[in-house]
Design a protein around this ligand. Structure first.
Ligand SMILES: N[C@@H](CCC(=O)N[C@@H](CS)C(=O)NCC(=O)O)C(=O)O
Length: 254
């Protein structure tokens, strides 16, 4: 059984898949795409993933896309160290939470990420090059054009931060309801994995706005203490490791 993962070190969606592969101790070849250089938009890659995003998993030649789908797929083909509850009702709750994570924290985190980390790269481009790059993105064209070369305005940034805050509050309630320490109770599940990268990203950006939510604080400590965490977040996976300018931006904000 051979796994090849097309991904990017700093990509939050990729981090979900790396975590599950590492937790299951599955060796995998990693193809690292440079998203800022547009590797994800090259014709050969678009044949694998027409959305022009990472991650994409190649399992013995079978192509699987979309991070939450990939993590469920991995749990099906390698059920050992399962992340999926056996009870169908709990399993449905897990899937509903995975959808929530995609719609709320995972989507919202893009605004601070692009504004704080990636913007200088786009500002250095000519207007023509920037628009051509934005227009070539199958999924994110409008997102890129809305950001433009000046970044998302304050109202957009505030809205993203508010959506993130509501996501942490929802997590706090879910952990309380299930008895914790994980979202669905005593066992870690794919819902926790789906949530993880957004919180790690916001922590890295010095916006860990959940310190008054004790269950989320413990959840965050617990997920970072998982053996799969360190190999998943190898050097270069955090934005502050990859973009030296960020340290100054974040210090100026403090
Ligand atoms: N729903 C997709 C979203 C994938 C996604 O947005 N990937 C980002 C990195 S986390 C990407 O490849 N972005 C490339 C781009 O914006 O051009 C998934 O979960 O796999």
């Amino acid at each position: 059984m051979a796994f090849k993962l097309y991904n990017a070190p700093q990509s939050t969606c990729s981090q979900r898949v790396r975590f599950v592969l590492n937790a299951k101790k599955l060796p995998f070849d990693e193809v690292k795409l440079n998203l800022l250089e547009g590797d994800q938009l090259k014709p050969d890659y678009l044949k694998l993933n027409p959305n022009g995003v990472v991650p994409t998993l190649d399992h013995d030649g079978a192509i699987v896309t979309d991070s939450t789908v990939i993590t469920e797929y991995l749990d099906e083909v390698v059920p050992e160290n399962s992340f999926t509850p056996e009870n169908p009702v709990t399993r449905a709750r897990m899937r509903a939470l995975m959808h929530f994570m995609d719609e709320m924290p995972a989507a919202s985190v893009r605004v601070p990420t692009f504004n704080l980390a990636f913007l200088p790269k786009f500002q250095a481009m000519s207007r023509e090059d920037f628009v051509a790059m934005a227009e070539s993105k199958p999924l994110r064209k409008e997102f890129m054009l809305a950001m433009g070369q000046t970044g998302f305005p304050k109202a957009e940034m505030d809205a993203a931060l508010a959506r993130l805050r509501r996501s942490y509050e929802r997590m706090e309630r879910e952990i309380e309801l299930s008895g914790g320490p994980w979202l669905l109770g005593k066992d870690i599940s794919l819902a926790d994995v789906a949530a993880m990268p957004a919180l790690v990203r916001m922590y890295d950006l010095n916006y860990a706005d959940w310190q008054d939510l004790p269950r989320v604080v413990t959840w965050f400590d617990n997920i970072r203490a998982q053996p799969a965490f360190v190999p998943t977040y190898y050097h270069g996976s955090l934005l502050t490791e990859r973009f030296p300018h960020l340290k100054e931006t974040l210090a100026a904000r403090a």
